[in-house]
Design a protein around this ligand. Structure first.
Ligand code: IVH
Length: 738
């Protein structure tokens, strides 16, 4: 690693990591480690807090590994602020108690979610400060009330030494190990660091991280989390730091605990600015409501944030108003465990209880069947919700949801409302919860698609049920049309998202064949469709009729049949009808076709509707060249069976693609790079390093004529015997041996 890399970093206070002039001896390990730490911590701040990465991930990894190596060689250099310490840590038996130097308080909540909530707080503050009627307005800092959990971070001489939960406010738990895995939390503060600085704030999980985590859990059939707060709390209190690390957390600073040797700014807003300058994440959604705006400003903030609450990347349950001046805060003091100078002003809850009146099935664009709870209408997260997703059958079972149950519904952000759980039955006469009867579901997944009546299929190891009527199912129409028209399939130029929406919404196209029955007139009559564009679409449709079997097969959108599989199927069977009628056993003999793919193909063509669509498309004039198929050919009789060739340079008559097609037709494979496994290298004009490599390895090199001779020869192993090749075991009937 060049030294300039290491020493271009900002110097750490106390560590002599100054630029090394050319004539001085190489830096000692301590200096190198300090410089690496400083550099990595600075990059982490830019990446996690500022969201402005300044070096590629690979470069970060390289610096990280350099530091790891150095620390392995000199364990004494392993400091608590070393970025390597973010990822280490052991499984714990439990958490150690931590007594807070300054108690962690809670905050009074203004339950009135209307504007009057802010006005009542301002009136109380003015009364308690004994301000006369005509006194100027009090200045407030307004910020978000993050929905996570409170954490106290203790920095000594700028280094993060302890992180603790709130606990009962007096004593929390030591969760330093897990908090170190939070990339946004600096392990060392930037700039001039005081002897002791305790920073308080909220650890939370972003909604996208939460959704991704739950999606992952669902796919693996694991337990899902109720909401981001629970997921965050679980991660912070996770005894195994390796698991904690897989649950991405974020952090916002909003206050202080114990402070020694630091001039605390005079106002709360200045304090937040100062914390940001130390490298701590501070939320940008904040304001100071001052002057004549006073409580009006607070109301405006509450409303403005309320309007954008859904668009925020994380959950909030309200906003917080704090008297901005610290001297006034001190005058106001505390009642019990709550400061008189701060209040939380809530928003409508994002979780509510309601009753499941039924469970319906929704079929998505891709054919996925989703059970959806039909709910007694309920106001949640600011809107009235009547439906909530249950995701899949297994999630429904795990949550033990039944029609008639009272459930908790969550709606946060733009995410679809979901049923997060069942409310346990009410208490019995003895006051104890009624025992929950053994779960007997009163919902079944349908065997056929509620939209098109095609067979419903769930693949082994999959949690989702799917409709197999891809081409016919109204729910999947748009998706099917777009897939069919795409460049790699039928290549119908001009038939994109917008036009498909228009055609389907206007009822002009319901199935693929109807595309080809669209005349110029119908197309030109569409909104914003110029005559010329309509003509272009007609021409593109006409042109697409001459296609190839692999393109057509791929275009049908059979689950698991991608371009490569479509090619393999076409090559093996040669004719569409043979594929449509092939048994699963026969399909399994095709290269790269396994049981799941074979079953998917078989089920697709077992749906009469899908077969009908194919027939109609052929009747519309769609056609492609067919052949007898490779199934009748014994692959062992092909001249290049089992051989791998590499092409390099320009051949005199064949293009790259032509040469490749000929080699593949002769049973060979074309690879991109030369290795010991390469059977032949075919070299043309201006062959480059591949040819050199071939010579180095002593491989057989051919020119185009040599290739042609090989193609015309008999079965592979006898055509060009190589050391170690054994004689072909099967074919003895061939006559093409030279
Ligand atoms: S200030 C002295 N500010 O709300 C006041 N708290 O009951 C201490 N919270 O557990 C809290 N966002 O976790 C403050 N911007 C914010 C907050 C906030 C969320 C949480 C905090 C605490 C609870 C207060």
């Amino acid at each position: 690693m060049p030294q300039s890399d290491l020493f271009g970093a900002p110097a750490e206070a106390g560590d002599a990591a100054t630029p090394t002039p050319a004539h001085t001896p190489a830096p000692n390990p301590a200096q190198m480690a300090a410089a690496l730490r400083a550099q990595l911590n600075a990059h982490a701040h830019r990446y996690y807090v500022l969201d402005e990465p300044s070096i590629p991930d690979a470069e970060y990894d390289r610096l990280f590994q350099a530091l790891q190596t150095l620390e392995a060689e000199h364990p004494a250099l392993r400091t608590p602020d070393s970025p390597t310490q973010r990822v280490l840590g052991q499984v714990l038996d439990g958490f150690q108690p931590v007594r807070h130097a300054v108690p962690m308080l809670s905050i009074r909540t203004e339950t009135d979610t209307e504007a009057s909530g802010a006005e009542a707080f301002d009136a109380r503050v003015r009364r308690e400060l004994e301000l006369p009627e005509d006194a100027p307005p009090v200045q407030y800092a307004a910020e978000l009330k993050f929905d996570g959990l409170a954490i106290n971070l203790r920095f000594e001489a700028g280094v993060l030494v302890r992180a603790a939960t709130r606990g009962d406010g007096e004593t929390g738990e030591d969760v330093t190990q897990n908090i170190r895995t939070v990339g946004q939390i600096p392990l060392r503060l930037q700039g001039e660091a005081p002897p002791v600085l305790e920073v308080r704030g909220e650890v939370y999980m972003r909604r996208d991280d939460f959704e991704a985590l739950n999606e992952r859990q669902r796919e693996q059939g694991g337990k899902t989390f109720v909401n981001p707060r629970n997921a965050a709390a679980g991660a912070v209190r996770q005894l195994d730091p390796a698991i904690a690390r897989q649950r991405p957390l974020s952090f916002f600073a909003y206050g202080l605990g114990e402070v020694q040797g630091w001039a605390v700014p005079d106002t709360h807003s200045a304090l937040l600015d100062a914390l940001a300058a130390l490298g701590l994440p501070v939320c940008a959604e904040r304001t100071v409501a001052e002057g004549a705006t006073g409580p009006r400003g607070l109301v405006a903030f509450h409303q403005a944030i309320g309007a954008k609450r859904d668009q925020l990347p994380f959950d909030i349950d309200g906003v917080v108003y704090k008297v901005n001046r610290r001297d006034l805060q001190e005058r106001l003091g505390f009642v019990t465990r709550e400061p008189r100078w701060a209040v939380a002003h809530k928003y409508p809850a994002q979780e509510q209880m309601t009753v499941v009146e039924g469970i319906d099935i929704q079929v998505g664009r891709t054919g996925k069947l989703t059970p959806v709870a039909r709910l007694k209408p309920v106001f949640v997260g600011g809107v009235t919700v009547t439906n909530a997703t249950l995701h899949n059958l297994f999630e429904l079972r795990r949550k033990r949801v039944r029609v008639g149950d009272t459930v908790i519904v969550r709606r946060a952000g733009d995410v679809i409302p979901e049923v997060v759980g069942v409310v346990p039955a009410a208490a019995g006469a003895d006051g104890l919860p009624l025992p929950r009867a053994t779960y007997v579901p009163n919902f079944r997944m349908p065997r056929t698609c509620p939209v098109c009546d095609s067979t419903v299929l769930r693949e082994p190891g999959e949690v989702n049920h799917r409709c197999t009527g891809g081409l016919f199912c109204a729910a999947q129409r748009k998706q099917a049309l777009l897939h069919f028209a795409q460049r790699r399939a039928m290549d119908i130029e001009g038939l994109g998202d917008k036009l498909v929406d228009q055609l389907v919404d206007a009822g002009l196209v319901r199935t693929l064949p109807e595309l080809y029955k669209l005349g110029l007139l119908k197309l030109a009559a569409l909104d914003r469709m110029a005559d010329k564009s309509a003509q272009n679409i007609v021409t593109a449709l006409e042109k697409s009729k001459q296609t190839t079997l692999p393109r057509f097969l791929f275009g049908l959108g059979i689950r698991h049949v991608g371009e490569a599989t479509a090619k393999d199927l076409a090559k093996h069977f040669g004719q569409l009808d043979r594929i449509m009628d092939a048994s699963e056993e026969h399909l399994l003999t095709v290269r790269d076709v396994g049981p799941v793919v074979a079953h998917s193909i078989r089920t697709f063509f077992d749906q009469p509707h899908n077969r009908e669509v194919v027939e109609q498309l052929r009747a519309c004039g769609l056609s492609w060249p067919e052949h007898d198929g490779a199934s009748s050919i014994d692959p062992a009789t092909l001249p290049l069976n089992g051989k791998t060739l590499v092409l390099t340079g320009t051949l005199p008559t064949l293009s790259r693609d032509e040469a490749k097609a000929l080699i593949e037709a002769a049973g060979g494979k074309v690879a991109g790079s030369v290795s010991k496994k390469t059977s032949y290298v075919v070299a043309g004009e201006e062959a480059g390093s591949k040819l050199d490599k071939a010579r180095e390895l002593g491989l057989a090199v051919l020119d185009e004529a040599g290739l042609q001779a090989l193609l015309a020869s008999g079965p592979a192993a006898t055509a060009a015997p190589e050391p170690g090749d054994t004689a072909p075991s099967a074919p003895h009937h061939d006559t093409g041996v030279p």
